[in-house]
Ligand binder design. Structure first.
Ligand code: GAR
Length: 208
C-alpha cells in the first residue's frame, strides 16, 4: 500500500479527484496519510476533514527561518512514512534536501503541456493567461516527477485540451481541470501505486 502525502495551497479540486479515485476504486494500492497545506484558509483542508483524512497546516510563516520550515515539512513526511508526495497546487518551493531524499517520489500536476508555459512565475491562472496571450490552439496538463528545477522533472502523463476562441483564463482553467488534471493525476498515482512507472535515463517508461 502506497502512503501518500498530498500538499495543497488552495481549493483542492485535485485533492478531491484523488480522494474520489481512491473511494471509487479507480486508484488502487494507495491511501492518503496526510494532507499538508501551507495556507491555513485552504478549502482543501475542509475537503480532507470531510473524508476523515488527517490534515495539517505547515507554513513558512510559522517558523523563524526557512530551514526550520523545511525541517518541519521533512519531519512530517518522515513521521507519516510517506512513499509518494503529491503536489496538488502547492505554491511552495520544496527544499533540495527533500527532493534529494524523496527522489522520484514527488510528483506535481501542472496546468499546461510542459515544456510550454512552465517554470518560474507560471502557476494557476498565469499559465492560462500566457497560453491565451500566445494564441495557442491546444493546451493541457502534465504530471511529472519533481527534480531540483522548476517543472523540469521526468514527464509521467500529459493530456491535451483544445482552446476555444471565446476562452477567458478562468474558462480555460476550468476546462483543463475537468478534461485533463482530474483525470491524469489520479491515473498517475494509480500507475505508480501498482508499480507500473519507472524512470530510465531521465525519462518515464510506463508498463501498460
Ligand atoms: C491546479 O490547476 C494546478 O494544476 C495548479 O494549481 C491549481 C490548483 O487547484 N498548479 C500549478 O499551477 C503548479 N505550477 P486545486 O487546488 O483546485 O487543485
Amino acid at each position: 500500500m502506497l502512503n501518500l502525502a498530498v500538499c495543497v495551497s488552495g481549493g483542492g479540486t485535485n485533492l478531491q479527484a484523488i480522494i474520489d479515485g481512491i473511494e471509487s476504486g479507480a486508484i488502487t494500492n494507495a491511501r492518503i496519510k496526510a494532507v499538508i497545506s501551507n495556507n491555513p484558509g485552504a478549502y482543501a483542508l475542509e475537503r480532507a476533514k470531510k473524508h476523515g483524512i488527517a490534515s495539517v497546516c505547515i507554513s513558512p510563516k510559522q517558523f523563524g527561518s526557512r530551514e526550520e520550515f523545511n525541517q518541519a515539512l521533512l519531519e512530517k513526511l518522515d513521521s507519516c512514512q510517506v512513499d509518494l508526495v503529491v503536489l496538488a497546487g502547492f505554491l511552495v518551493v520544496l527544499p533540495e534536501t527533500l527532493i534529494q531524499k524523496y527522489q522520484n517520489r514527488v510528483i506535481n500536476i501542472h496546468p499546461s503541456l510542459i515544456p510550454s508555459f512552465c517554470g518560474t512565475g507560471y502557476y494557476g491562472l498565469k499559465v492560462h493567461e500566457g497560453a491565451l496571450k500566445r494564441g495557442v490552439k491546444v493546451t493541457g496538463a502534465t504530471v511529472h516527477f519533481v527534480d531540483e528545477g522548476t517543472d523540469t522533472g521526468p514527464i509521467i502523463l500529459q493530456q491535451p485540451v483544445m482552446v476555444e476562441q471565446e476562452d477567458t483564463p478562468e474558462l480555460l482553467q476550468r476546462r483543463v481541470m475537468e478534461q485533463a488534471e482530474w483525470k491524469i493525476l489520479p491515473k498517475a498515482i494509480d500507475l505508480i501505486a501498482n508499480g507500473k512507472v519507472r524512470v530510465e535515463d531521465g525519462k518515464v517508461l510506463i508498463q501498460e
